[in-house]
Design a protein around this ligand. Structure first.
Ligand code: PMT
Length: 222
């Protein structure tokens, strides 16, 4: 029997960056390595939770005793997250999801020709996974989002916590060197739905993850 702060709880964590194909050899993506989400999955497992880690395009070692599901696109991630959420106590969306994808995926490699010096890509919106989770949420379920921002960190995160009806948002300044995307360290502000804020120091992603687990166990899963 697992022991620990999250014993008996099921937690679903998403990590990594989605890839949106353009043709058989190219895709649009972002700089997410998956380190933040993997650290959260590991911390939750060490706290006794049953953990499902839904990973988009990562190449990190999978933490022990964590169930891994691999996905590629935002639409794949959406299907996997919604499925796993139906039986989860907590969802943490640390994945960096592409908001748009190429409107058409070419069957063959797109070629340069004598007269295409310039090309225009047409993009269409991807599903907003957290917005789709909102109506599925039972009162006992806890939903945590991240907000990756390059400007107006707290204001933008506050808009997202409301628009996505989250219990907690982890605001991540991704404009600073040494934290955020692909770094080993991070610095975040935890923003609660009731307006409270808690800013961390620059710490390892494992330490940030353990702080999130403490907040979940002390304030949401009593
Ligand atoms: O993976 P690392 O290299 O360790 O980097 C960590 C990180 C910077 C990726 C991570 O800390 C982080 O900030 N993740 C969220 C990235 C993101 O997509 O942020 P956003 O502000 O665009 O989205 C807000 C929230 O909505 C996120 O929880 C996101 O998962 C979710 N979302 C976004 C778009 C979409 N179509 N559907 C969503 O559910």
């Amino acid at each position: 029997q697992p022991t620990g702060k999250l014993a008996g709880k099921k937690i679903v964590v998403s990590a990594g960056g989605t890839r949106e194909p353009l043709d058989p050899v190219r895709y649009l993506t972002n700089h997410s390595s998956g380190k933040m989400g993997f650290a959260i999955a590991q911390a939750a497992q060490e706290a006794g939770a049953e953990v499902t880690l839904i990973a988009a395009n990562t190449s990190l070692p999978v933490p022990a005793n964590v169930k891994l599901e691999q996905v590629e696109t935002a639409r794949d991630l959406s299907v996997a997250v919604k499925q796993a959420f139906t039986t989860a106590d907590v969802l943490v969306m640390a994945a960096a999801v592409a908001d748009f994808r190429p409107a058409e995926v070419a069957n063959q490699k797109i070629k340069k020709t004598a007269n295409n010096e310039m090309m225009t890509l047409k993009l269409i919106r991807n599903p907003d996974i957290l917005k789709e989770i909102g109506p599925m949420k039972q009162p006992s379920q806890v939903v945590v989002g991240f907000a990756a921002e390059t400007n107006d960190l707290v204001q933008n995160a506050e808009k997202k916590i409301k628009a996505k009806k989250l219990d907690l948002i982890v605001a991540n300044d991704v404009s600073k060197k040494g934290i955020g995307f692909n770094a080993d360290n991070n610095q975040v502000t935890f923003l609660f739905a009731d307006g409270r804020r808690q800013k961390t120091q620059v710490e390892s992603k494992s330490q940030i993850a353990r702080q999130l687990i403490d907040i979940l166990s002390q304030q949401f899963l009593k």
